[in-house]
Design a protein. Structure first.
Length: 386
């Protein structure tokens, strides 16, 4: 690790003679905050009826704004830190901040199994008294930092299956623990790891073989595992006739009745207890109903522009480690958008993955904004010729 850091320092000293530092990528900054603010308005609209029934119309908005505020502060603080400090040795030459984050994520996932808070039949939260959060969100950040560092240290090993297998074995404990608690988050973390390895490798064929094996293994897990997962597949295939497909059918009704320009903000009918979790995982169906096809396409285009901006930063990152951090965050946001919209439109089987920055969830938006802070940190290190 020390040899890598010395080589990196030499590289930066040579570059500094003819390059200058570029500041924040303000396009990414304001685009992210804009999507998150739009999410607050949609949460108020989609969750208004349910919030009133539980006591206050501002219930969901207040919690989301709190998470958004903490996230913006975290994003600014993280963006001000040089991302290379995460791999700077501490407590000896072989230990750095990345290892500590990964270890902390493992410890918190284990803690969920024993002292986690259960909601809706799932134990996914830790309650520290003053705050309640999902450790799986921290595990996503840990996966991004850890895998980026592993590839950075030995990129050539990924040209062979053994190198990819080594990375997966290191990430195995985290993925298994998340899988026990939340299959949806395990899918996202696995996607992040595979996506980063795919970008880091020059040989792509063995990824196709792994994909086939993964699909076969996932099918066996679904059909031979707990019954509710096999039932979700049946709902996906027979949404018209399955009596348990209420959520998806109501979401499709909301999309269909929105038309081209929608019924207008706040005028959704399906949010009146017809669509379960209208302010959460199913919020895209309410967007379609209130803002129509125009609003849905606008949101999709905004996410595409966001990912495109991230791609520009990754392509111009000063080193492989920075580029892989950006790729990891891109993989998470992109997967969540694709899966969430796919589930709402019944293109994919039902799974509980929120729409990034828009769905209700203070923990999710806080950590997502901190991840964007990592991208901004990389963007601040990009150097341009004078």
């Amino acid at each position: 690790c020390s040899k890598i850091l010395k080589r990196e320092a030499t590289f930066l000293r040579n570059m500094s003679k003819s390059y200058k530092i570029h500041n924040y990528d303000y396009v990414l900054l304001f685009m992210t905050i804009g999507i998150a603010v739009f999410g607050v308005f949609m949460i108020y609209s989609a969750g208004y009826y349910t919030a009133v029934l539980t006591g206050s119309q501002w219930r969901y908005v207040t919690q989301q704004v709190l998470g958004l505020g903490i996230g913006v502060v975290g994003m600014i603080l993280v963006s001000g830190i040089d991302y290379r400090l995460f791999i700077k040795p501490i407590f000896g030459k072989k230990i750095n901040f990345v290892y500590l984050v990964y270890l902390a994520a493992i410890i918190m996932q284990v803690a969920v199994l024993f002292v986690g808070v259960e909601k809706n039949g799932a134990k996914r939260w830790l309650n520290l008294g003053f705050v309640q959060f999902q450790p799986s969100e921290i595990s996503k950040i840990a996966a991004i930092l850890f895998v980026a560092y592993a590839i950075y240290r030995s990129r050539q090993s990924l040209d062979h299956f053994a190198g990819f297998l080594r990375v997966m074995l290191f990430m195995g404990p985290s993925i298994v623990l998340i899988l026990v608690e939340n299959m949806s988050s395990a899918i996202i973390v696995s996607g992040i790891v595979v996506g980063m390895c795919f970008v880091g490798s020059r040989k792509k064929l063995y990824f196709a073989v792994c994909l086939v094996l993964l699909i076969c293994g996932g099918a066996c897990y679904i059909f031979l595992g707990e019954g509710f997962r096999a039932e979700r597949i049946d709902i996906w295939l027979h949404v018209e006739t399955n009596e348990n497909a209420h959520q998806i059918k109501q979401g499709l009704y909301a999309i269909a009745t929105g038309g081209v320009f929608g019924k207008g903000l706040g005028r959704s009918i399906q949010k009146l207890s017809y669509v379960p979790e209208a302010h959460n995982d199913m919020i895209f169906s309410i967007i379609c109903e209130e803002l129509g096809l125009f609003g849905a396409i606008a949101i999709i285009l905004l996410f595409i522009l966001l990912l495109w901006r991230c791609m520009i930063i990754a392509n111009n990152a000063p080193d492989l480690y920075g580029a892989l951090i950006v790729i990891g965050v891109m993989a998470q946001i992109g997967l969540q958008v694709i899966i969430n919209i796919g589930v709402v439109t019944n293109t994919l089987p039902n799974t509980g993955i929120p729409l990034p920055f828009i769905s209700y969830g203070g923990t999710s938006v806080t950590f997502l904004l901190c991840e964007v802070g990592l991208i901004l940190s990389v963007s601040r290190s990009i150097k341009f010729k004078r």
